[in-house]
Design a binder for this molecule. Structure first.
Ligand code: A2P
Length: 339
């Protein structure tokens, strides 16, 4: 069994290597690909230095390809990878809305991955983190409306986003002017309510992704969702304030008990002890932290909560590896015959 990472040198690529180190996924060989800039460099994996190769134009001789080099690379190259017999687990938004491409968070709709036609899409990071907490509540109480406000780390824009935060903060602290290249405005000591392109309806694409993708993963087109997505000056982990209107009323204690049993969730909810989700505690963690669970003052019987999830892990690399593990556990990952 051969696994390949395309975009191995990026922020998500690095996390993919780390998650694969400790993964239960059975495989014999790991192939690493990136742009010509990185060709020949090495990355450590399980005690070996693996050489990064230029991503080829055609097929890659791997059984599973974890793609995180951006939407245009995936769009251009994934069809050839599938034609070459690989299953592609794609981190970009290139195929997420295609009817025949499953969009999967294994804790929520893992079985959808088994229906793939070669490509399985990994959701947008903000969506992946939210649905881990919201799907169990939806199953038990029926979510009718969902209002989300996000606090998104610079890691959402990749390694270059994190670099911009560090470099520009250093400049500001030394009395120099901060400029912006990756983000629309200087990010140090600022918050920017603008992630991805503005759409005709006044929402950004990032905000609409939360609505489109949550509906697809949860499998309920009637769910009404609105989101305000905001970039904040943290390095990694996205946080989200979520308000839920429910079909059947729920109490905070019931939701706390439900989420305590939910896969992929850590309930961190003891305000008296100053315990609640934060990037500082959620970074590097596989589980999404959920806390500040309280009765909504707006929707009778509704719930308000706050989540923090490592965007590079559950929002990207971890979820992708969990999809591969799910396929293998269900006998749906076969190694190609090789000479
Ligand atoms: P490289 O490091 O060689 O530029 P991030 O999301 O952190 O910006 O990472 C993007 C990833 O996608 C990196 O691994 C980057 O490789 C890779 N990448 C960028 N452009 C290409 C390309 N044209 N072909 C293959 N990989 C690419």
């Amino acid at each position: 069994m051969r696994v390949a990472i395309v975009g191995a040198t990026g922020a998500v690529g690095h996390e993919l290597l780390k998650v694969l180190e400790g993964s239960t996924l059975q495989f014999d060989e790991l192939l690493l690909y990136a742009s010509p800039r990185s060709a020949g460099s090495t990355l450590p994996f399980r005690g070996q230095d693996l050489t990064v190769q230029v991503t080829p134009d055609g097929a890659i001789d791997a059984d599973v390809i974890l793609a995180s080099a951006g939407g245009s690379i995936s769009k251009e190259k994934a069809p050839a990878w599938v034609a070459g017999g690989a299953v592609v687990i794609d981190n970009s938004s290139a195929f997420r809305y295609d009817a025949d491409v499953p969009l999967v968070v294994p804790e929520v709709n893992g079985a959808a991955a088994l229906e793939h036609k070669g490509i399985i899409a990994n959701p947008n990071c903000t969506t992946a983190i939210a649905v881990v907490a919201v799907a169990p509540i939806h199953r038990a109480y029926g979510v009718r409306r969902m209002i989300v406000s996000t606090y998104q780390a610079t890691s959402g824009a990749g390694a270059k986003g994190m670099d911009e935060l560090l470099n520009q903060t250093h400049k500001v602290l030394h009395g120099q002017e901060a400029s912006a290249e990756v983000f629309a405005h200087p990010i140090p000591f600022n918050v920017i309510p603008h992630i991805d392109a503005f759409q005709d309806n006044g929402y950004t694409k990032e905000e609409m992704k939360v609505a489109w993708e949550t509906r697809k993963i949860i499998g309920d087109d009637s769910l009404k969702i609105s989101c305000t997505a905001v970039r904040i000056p943290t390095l990694r982990t996205h946080s989200e304030a979520i308000t839920l209107e429910l079909e059947r009323p729920a109490t905070p204690d019931e939701v706390r008990a439900l989420l305590a049993e939910a896969a992929g969730v850590e309930v961190r909810d003891n305000p008296a002890e100053k315990l609640y989700p934060m990037p500082l505690t959620a970074s590097g963690k596989y589980d999404v932290e959920v806390g500040r669970i309280r009765a909504s003052l707006v929707f009778d019987g509704g719930i308000e909560l706050f989540v923090a999830g490592d965007q590079l892990l559950k929002g990207a690399a971890l979820n992708a590896v969990q999809i591969a593990e799910y396929l293998q556990q269900h006998g749906a990952l076969k190694a190609k015959q090789r000479a």
